[in-house]
Design a protein around this ligand. Structure first.
Ligand code: NAP
Length: 293
């Protein structure tokens, strides 16, 4: 295994940008999640701003988070630097009728203190007709309130339905659960997205609160690869998640130190041998449906 201690010392440039589905502009491979940030408001704002300094410009939020409090916090964090940010928010499924989507977007824009959202997502499949949600998304694109739209927690059947309604090059991304211990999307969802030019955004990239502990066999395996690379286990996890060019990750961190550690993962490239070693310890598992939220 090649040792690569240098990357942790490289001064921080903008983080490895790559094509984001059909969008014309490149997007940072590693972004920033915001779920549950309302409990540590000031630290989270400082962390988000530090992440922006380091090029983690993709900020993911949702009207659902803290019942709007997190969008407000994000609005404060990005005030004065909106141009730097690739801002993603989500309409919650209970609001995703045609009219409800238009109204939810207005509320989000106000809380985020901006006049546009870069990608507006349907948080998970809704009981409201998808045709109405997509029609609302398209009219928000026309009016400039959103630049593009996407989906979250969509399995292949849901994706096919959305694709039939919207046509090619309209769905920017599918934001889905993806981490070392949950590789279900690799069976069908991620390949489907790749075939259709749709970005895959890995949420809960550290397993939310279930990152492999150092004393477990999985944690030890990760630790061995990490120390050989002069990296940390979480950096290895992020590098592994984003090993394919279609995939992005949005770790949530409410401390500056955590954000700095996560940002450095963008410089880490795993060899095929290291990827194979990781996948032996964290097998893909059986094919199963995505969680229905
Ligand atoms: P996550 O990013 O997998 O993990 C977050 C946890 O990891 C926090 O406890 C955080 O602690 C900790 N952490 C982060 N960096 C660390 C570091 N370098 N060292 C040690 N600990 C570190 O969890 P997540 O919030 O579930 O997922 C990320 C984002 O994905 C969410 O915030 C949200 O934006 C999005 N998401 C979307 C959906 C959806 O349905 N579309 C669902 C879930 C999540 P601190 O906070 O103390 O730094």
């Amino acid at each position: 295994m090649a040792k690569d201690p240098a990357y942790n010392a490289i001064p921080m440039p903008l983080l490895a940008p790559r094509s984001f589905g059909p969008l014309p502009m490149p997007v940072a491979t590693l972004g920033q999640g915001t779920w549950n940030m309302e409990g540590a408001r000031e630290d989270s704002i400082a962390a988000l701003r530090r992440g922006l300094d380091l090029g983690m410009t993709h900020i993911d939020t949702a009207e659902l988070y803290g019942k709007g409090l997190v969008e407000e916090l994000v609005g404060e964090a990005i005030a004065g630097r909106r141009e730097q940010v690739f801002l993603v928010s989500k309409v919650q499924p209970s609001n995703a009728s045609h009219k409800g989507t238009l109204e939810a977007c207005e509320r989000s824009l106000k809380r985020l203190r901006t006049d546009r959202i870069d990608v507006y997502l349907l948080h998970w499949p809704s009981a409201h007709p998808l045709e109405g949600t997509i029609r609302a998304f398209e009219s928000l694109v026309k009016s400039g309130k959103i630049r593009a739209w996407g989906l979250s927690n969509f399995d292949v059947l849901d994706l096919e339905k959305a694709f039939r309604i919207a046509g090619p090059d309209r769905i920017a991304c599918n934001q889905v659960l993806y981490h070392l211990k949950d590789r279900a999307i690799e069976h069908a969802v991620a390949p489907w997205c790749e075939r259709h030019g749709i970005a895959v955004v890995a949420y809960s990239p550290f397993g939310h609160s279930d990152f492999p502990a150092p004393a477990t066999p999985e944690g030890r395996a990760l630790g061995t690869i990490a120390s050989a690379k002069g990296a940390t286990p979480r950096q290895v996890a992020l590098a592994w998640l984003t090993r394919r060019p279609s995939t992005f990750a949005i770790p949530k961190a409410s401390s500056v130190a955590h954000v700095e550690e996560n940002a450095r993962a963008a410089k880490l490239v795993l060899t095929p041998v290291e990827v194979a070693a990781i996948e032996k310890v964290f097998p893909v598992g059986a094919k199963r449906a995505l969680p229905r939220l």
